[in-house]
Design a binder for this molecule. Sequence first.
Ligand code: COA
Length: 183
Amino acid sequence: MKLQIDNDIHIELLVPAFAERLYGLTNKNRAYLKKWLSWLDLVKTFEDTETFIETAVHQHNNNQATTFAILHRGDLVGVAGFNYIDYQHKWGAIGYWLCAYYTGSGVMTKVVQKLLEYGFVEASLNKIEIRCADKNYKSRAIPERLGFSYEATLRQCEWLYDQHVDHAIYSMLASEYQVSKIS
Ligand SMILES: CC(C)(COP(=O)(O)OP(=O)(O)OC[C@H]1O[C@@H](n2cnc3c(N)ncnc32)[C@H](O)[C@@H]1OP(=O)(O)O)[C@@H](O)C(=O)NCCC(=O)NCCS
């Protein structure tokens, strides 16, 4: 599955063919990503990246999650998708990361906009959630920019190497997505 976003950017399902590029990108951005992502110490070797991708493929094939590679003019620049999908209750949670070099120009906002279309239109979800560490202001700006509602902050949800962090929860409902598409 390949979804075009604009002339330069598209997303496509993360598959084993991306393993080498994803491992390279992860290593290059390791220090940058570690500030907000707790899985960097779980991905130390190429085989760890292969396992991550195999798990992502398995979860997609079992309707549990859908993970995309983000490509800019053919270069892998990040990963985004539904970390969790519950088709019974029709909701999903979006997660994302971008290599440092491509930040600051709206790439991820456009990618998340496309994920909203995928989630609400293709996957028929009723609710889409984004969880951000409460002090991760760059990440929080994405749901805020796209018109999500802030729901709550949950205390000490995640162990980030040496500290617990709170999570700010944002969500959008299908009815709100329809309205935002019309207006
Ligand atoms: C979270 C993360 C993806 C945000 O990246 P980002 O580049 O700030 O987000 P976007 O790609 O949407 O770009 C937004 C920036 O581009 C600017 N921009 C330029 N053109 C734009 C456009 N057409 N649309 C939206 N924003 C645009 C915005 O003003 C903003 O810049 P600012 O932060 O200086 O105000 C990135 O910081 C990251 O990967 N961090 C590490 C991992 C992480 O924290 N993941 C999230 C865990 S919850």
